[in-house]
Design a protein around this ligand. Structure first.
Ligand code: WT7
Length: 648
């Protein structure tokens, strides 16, 4: 069967920044003259002292990754100061609140002023270069202001998604030893409030027990709802900014000084702090944002992600602002007040470039074409997607119904670790196939390998590795460089292992098939099975559990938990509900198991290793080909599990 292919929509092709031949030329240069290519790309950012080095790196142990290392910069100069002269009155952040009609515009000049004042508030509370500052924020402009304020003074921000529980927030505060927490009284999403300050207070208590005291909690007033107050620790932002100056000179930073930490799930243990540095990250953010979105000066660009994820960091804040673009920040959800909200916002603000996740597309597709068709969407010229493989049905609907065949669909594969887009059908350069990531970004050298690390050639399928470094690559796991090496460079020594599988077709296009490790992708969010298991295991009724992903119509993957209870426990629906609640308390709603199956035994090898391959198949209702079960200590557990699945 040949895959369906669509040409570049002709109206788009006639005005695109890149043409098919540009891709070939630029890609060729990016891999044959990497130094020269990335030296040129380095000019996208403003340097206080220009770097003389470009890339210095080794994927062999000891792994070391440095880019532009003797350059000196402050990323906020690239994102703010340098635009003041020519773009001072241009809208930098266009905020669309949860409630329709509640929107607010911040020009580059206003944003610059707010960032400087916020930075001075941080300084007044004792923050200095290198300090880690945790953010637990709703999707309001102050979230971006806070990130940039940290960067202005050289502090390292760690943004924790507002949907995480106090336990999860505390774990992240403790891991990076953070003494300042920035939050809001409450968040608002889909007409409901989220008790951020309550959660933040609880997290501070938990962190204190683990020996890390948060001495400043800076609180943004979003709703004005009642909050409890600790006068020694808590500071209202609006009060604090009233007494500080609007001038704050940018802290000179080495290119390799840390910019931020972002915690992400892995296949083992607790989330790891992915560390990105100032120079290379910003070059990669600016370069990819420009190429991926075919950016033009008067675009209105909207990425619907949350700043709590890397997509929000790179493609709401750093990339667009470095490029002087207008970036929309949306506080709400796709279905509030109804399923036409996304498209309504596109009309209201004349959005030209729109970027969202397959899970949102599927959820909206389920509501039918009506909510889309009652809007115009005539301003749109490009549609992007990110976070998980997009199924062809969702792709077709996005292309035909939302974009009416006018807009290319830009499916961007990347990871928290990569800092920015890595495999992507660059607009104007390639025909599209629904579900294909197509070709590597400039400077990216992917390869497919088998389990033993043999490189596979031609049309084939295998594990996806990257053979060379790029400026936006993560530099280490915060506080644990050994874990960094172990996680990414030990499976295929000398290469970066992505954890993803991929197929390459006859045209050389890459198709990402999904994670090949114990990471599951729920609604485009990464969740480690080990984390969910550890949360379940902390409940007194749970003796053992095994968590796997299974196909889910809207979420892409759902969370399936096999639970063995402690002796004498009654296995009721009430207990299942309690276990779900327990996981929500330990991690947050995004980790809630979708299905729990009580199972008296789990399939284990004689050495006690759980065979997840079998559990994945049973969860997927795919019993035909369970593979070799003869090495199991007790093969009969498999039948019992299948019976349980079928009756569950
Ligand atoms: C994992 C990374 C990229 C920022 C948001 C998620 C999956 C991501 C795609 C895509 C197929 C994708 C991969 C990857 N993924 N984008 N376009 N097609 N799969 O970042 O939380 O670090 O997750 O998301 O499995 O490894 P993340």
């Amino acid at each position: 069967m040949t895959d369906r292919q669509y040409p570049i929509p002709s109206d788009f092709a006639s005005v695109s920044n890149l043409k098919p031949s540009d891709y070939r030329t630029l890609y060729e240069r990016s891999v044959t003259d990497r130094e020269g290519f990335f030296r040129d790309q380095g000019a996208r950012v403003h340097w206080m002292t220009a770097p003389s080095h470009v890339g210095d790196w080794s994927f062999e142990s000891p792994v070391k990754i440095e880019w532009y290392k003797d350059g000196v910069l402050n990323v906020t100069e690239s994102c703010l100061d340098r635009h003041l002269e020519t773009r001072g009155d241009k809208v930098a952040i266009l905020f669309e609140g949860d409630e329709p009609g509640n929107s607010r515009k911040l020009t580059y000049r206003e944003l610059h002023g707010e960032v400087c004042r916020f930075a001075n508030v941080l300084k007044a509370r004792g923050a200095t270069k290198g300090d880690r500052i945790t953010l637990y924020m709703p999707m309001i402009p102050e979230a971006a202001v806070a990130m940039l304020a940290c960067a202005r003074i050289g502090a390292v921000h760690s943004v924790v998604f507002g949907g995480f529980s106090p336990e999860a927030l505390a774990g992240r505060i403790v891991d990076c030893d953070s003494h300042i927490l920035i939050t809001a009284d409450e968040g608002v999403r889909g007409g409901r409030t989220v008790p951020l300050k309550v959660n933040a207070d609880a997290a501070c208590q938990i962190a204190a027990k683990a020996g890390v005291s948060v001495d400043t909690q800076l609180v943004v007033r979003r709703t004005g709802g009642d909050v409890s107050w600790d006068a020694d620790r808590d500071v209202w932002l609006h009060e604090a900014v009233a007494s500080v100056s609007g001038d704050c000179s940018p802290e000179p930073m080495s290119a390799e000084d840390p910019l931020f930490i972002l915690y992400t799930s892995g296949s083992t243990g607790q989330p790891k702090g992915v560390l990105h540095t100032c120079g290379g990250y910003l070059v990669w953010a600016a370069m990819t944002h420009d190429y991926v979105f075919d950016l033009k000066e008067d675009d209105v660009y909207w990425c619907s992600a949350d700043v709590g994820w890397v997509t929000g960091h790179t493609y709401i804040v750093y990339g667009p602002l470095a490029n002087g673009a207008t970036t929309v920040m949306f506080e709400g959800i796709p279905t509030y007040p109804d399923a036409s909200r996304f498209w309504q916002v596109c009309d209201d603000h004349q959005v030209t470039l729109f970027y969202t996740a397959p899970t949102a597309i599927r959820a909206l597709m389920r509501e039918g074409d009506g909510p889309v068709q009652k809007t115009s969407r005539s301003s749109l010229r490009l549609l992007g997607t990110v976070g998980e493989p997009i199924n062809p049905e969702a792709w077709e609907w996005y292309f035909h119904t939302v974009g009416e065949g006018r807009c290319p669909i830009i499916d961007t594969w990347w990871q928290t670790e990569t800092g920015g887009a890595m495999i992507v059908p660059l607009p104007g350069t390639t025909p599209m196939k629904p579900g294909a990531g197509t070709f590597p970004m400039f400077g990216v050298e992917p390869a497919l390998v088998d389990a033993d690390g043999n490189t596979l050639s031609g049309a084939t399928e295998g594990n996806l590795i990257l053979k060379t470094s790029w400026p936006g690559q993560m530099r280490t796991v915060y506080g644990d460089h050994e874990r960094f090496e172990q996680t990414y460079f030990s499976t295929y020594p000398g290469s970066y292992f992505t954890g993803d599988g991929a197929r390459r077709d006859e045209d050389g296009m890459y198709w990402i098939t999904g994670r090949v490790d114990d990471v599951i992708n729920v609604s485009g969010h990464r969740m480690g099975t080990a984390e969910v298991e550890s949360a379940l295991g902390s409940h007194p009724s749970v003796a053992e559990s095994a968590v796997v992903g299974y196909p889910h119509n809207i979420k892409g993957q759902g969370i399936y938990a096999y639970v063995t209870t402690t002796a004498g426990t009654e296995e009721t629906d009430a207990l299942k509900a309690e276990l779900v609640k327990h996981v929500r308390t330990e991690i947050g709603p995004i980790a809630s198991p979708d299905l729990i199956q009580f199972s008296s035994g789990l399939p284990k090898t004689r050495s006690g290793k759980i065979m997840r391959r079998i559990l994945r198949k049973i969860a997927a209702n795919d019993y035909g080909n369970l593979g070799d079960t003869s090495t199991l200590a007790d093969p009969s557990v498999v039948d019992a599990l299948i019976d349980g699945r079928m009756s569950g």
